[in-house]
Design a protein around this ligand. Structure first.
Ligand code: C5P
Length: 471
């Protein structure tokens, strides 16, 4: 029998073979074996053809309408190094039963190819506003209208600027301008580009236009030695944000005022040194975002964090525990107060007015500590203007539930969210959390989940309680 290797096939067939193999999750060799087996024993159960080259009728077959009830996500991939994560994002969205379509900007094609994205999406991706074939097939207006949600990931500084300015000079921006669907941005850029006034101005405009945001996160940049705020959110985080947006935020806290503390406090030793802790503020900020999405008027009193202010939330930035207490008291009255901040228990009693000097032969400075005000207990025990529901956190490293129950009584609050923050859990500064909700009625263990999911679950419980569905 004559032998034939894949290498001898012509380029067009090789390309279609590779595409078909990728779609079926097989190696090219296995795909060839499958094709030969199917040809030898026709089963009537052959794998679907790869997308045909676009023509008026075949292209329509390549873009079947999703089944009734299936939500449609249009993913726009911008041109940044984080674009490689978008391929994983497509998988994550499909795993959740969503119908995914994909547009690559011209810049994105430098990082991922239409072939690789198309192989994962399972249909060809869209790249060109003036491509007669795709206009004939789907068209930018249909792309815009057919989506329940548009996700831009990575959203580059340039793409955000174009969106804020209402540009429509390529397929991605034309679709973004033509859509009525909710838009979710996952920004990714160098920290200096992110913090640039122009980007922040565009971001404020986009937030005012109702665009939702996930990330960016703090961390290493692609450029060696660079780190900061600007990493694209991870695909799982983006997929969770997509699910939340598609579920539709019901305005369960409309008309309610919610006060939240978040992050660490910094307690000065002298004008340049301070005592701090490892709190990232992720949990408190996620709760503020969830409360705002549920329609509440939110005041977030935040210690120093590397997180953007959540949209639609009024943020008061503070440094010390005493500043935080003052800001909280000023923000009253509130219907609900949630104390997620990791407030320093102590401050240096005699913080220096000037930098403490290290002098040869001199003994190390004495830094006596005094207790900070307990903000949670102060508010929970107020006679006037006590919020209807006062919620604290208990970050413990041992006897989590028992210590939390004790804290509930001692501080006089209504609920405590207890979590184990011993180093091996990775909770402090991490993205996930495992909560036990302690109330007068008992202890309820929540599953390990993202801090956003903890926030959503907490807001749902608060709404039940405030709206009278549960004791
Ligand atoms: O006593 P402990 O620090 O474990 O209590 C944790 C809870 O109390 C958290 O909700 C935290 O925000 C709050 N707290 C506070 N002011 C302090 C210390 C803790 O509001 N000084």
């Amino acid at each position: 029998m004559a032998s034939l290797t894949v290498r001898q096939l012509d380029e067009r067939i090789k390309k279609r073979l590779r595409l078909r193999a990728a779609r079926n999750g097989r190696s090219v060799e296995d795909e060839v074996r499958t094709i030969l087996r199917e040809a030898a024993e026709p089963s009537g159960n052959e794998a679907a053809e790869p997308p045909a080259p676009p023509s008026a009728t075949s292209a329509r077959r390549a873009h079947p309408a999703p089944a009734a009830g299936v939500k449609r996500v249009l993913l726009i991939v911008g041109g940044g190094i984080a674009a490689y994560k978008s391929l994983d994002l497509i998988r994550r969205l499909k795993e959740r039963g969503l119908a995914v379509r994909c547009i690559l900007t011209k810049a994105a094609e430098h990082f991922v190819t239409p072939l690789s994205a198309g192989a994962i999406v399972g249909e060809r991706v869209f790249t060109d506003l003036f491509d007669a074939a795709s206009e004939f097939d789907v068209g930018h207006i249909r792309l815009a209208r057919d989506a329940d949600l548009i996700v831009v990931a990575p959203a580059t500084a340039d793409l955000m600027a174009k969106m804020a300015g209402g540009h429509a000079d390529d397929l991605a921006t034309a679709v973004l301008l033509a859509t009525n669907a909710k838009i979710l941005l996952a920004p990714a850029m160098n920290p200096r580009m992110w913090s640039h006034k122009a980007t922040q101005r565009n971001l404020a405009q986009l937030a005012a236009d109702g665009v939702a945001l996930v990330g960016p996160n703090e961390g290493e940049m692609a450029e060696a030695g660079e780190r900061g705020l600007g990493r694209m959110a991870e695909p799982l985080e983006i997929a969770a944000a997509v699910e939340r947006l598609l579920a539709g935020a019901v305005q369960t806290l409309k008309g309610k005022r919610v006060l939240i503390t978040s992050g660490p406090t910094h307690e000065p030793i002298d004008p340049v040194r301070y005592i701090a802790n490892r709190s990232s503020g992720k949990q408190g900020h996620a709760i503020a975002a969830a409360a705002s999405a549920a329609g509440a008027e939110v005041v977030l009193v935040s210690g120093p964090v590397n997180l953007p202010d959540p949209h639609g939330v009024s943020v008061v930035h503070v440094e010390t525990a005493r500043d935080m207490l003052q800001a909280v008291e000023r923000a009253l009255p509130a219907d609900v107060a949630i104390f997620a901040a990791a407030v320093a228990d102590w401050r240096v009693a005699n913080a220096g007015e000037q930098k403490i000097k290290k002098k040869p032969g001199q003994r190390t400075p004495d830094l006596p500590l005094i207790e900070n005000p307990d903000i949670l207990a102060t508010i929970a025990q107020r006679k006037a203007q006590r919020p209807e529901l006062v919620i604290g956190f208990a970050a413990e490293t041992e006897n989590v539930a028992a210590n939390a129950k004790d804290k509930l009584a001692r501080k006089g609050c209504d609920w405590i969210l207890a979590n184990d923050v011993s180093p091996q859990t990775g909770i402090m500064g991490g993205d996930r959390n495992t909560i036990q909700l302690v109330t007068a009625a008992g202890i309820e263990a929540w599953p390990p989940q993202s801090k956003e999911d903890v926030a959503a679950m907490l807001i749902a419980r608060i709404a039940d309680r405030i709206n009278g569905d549960k004791a």
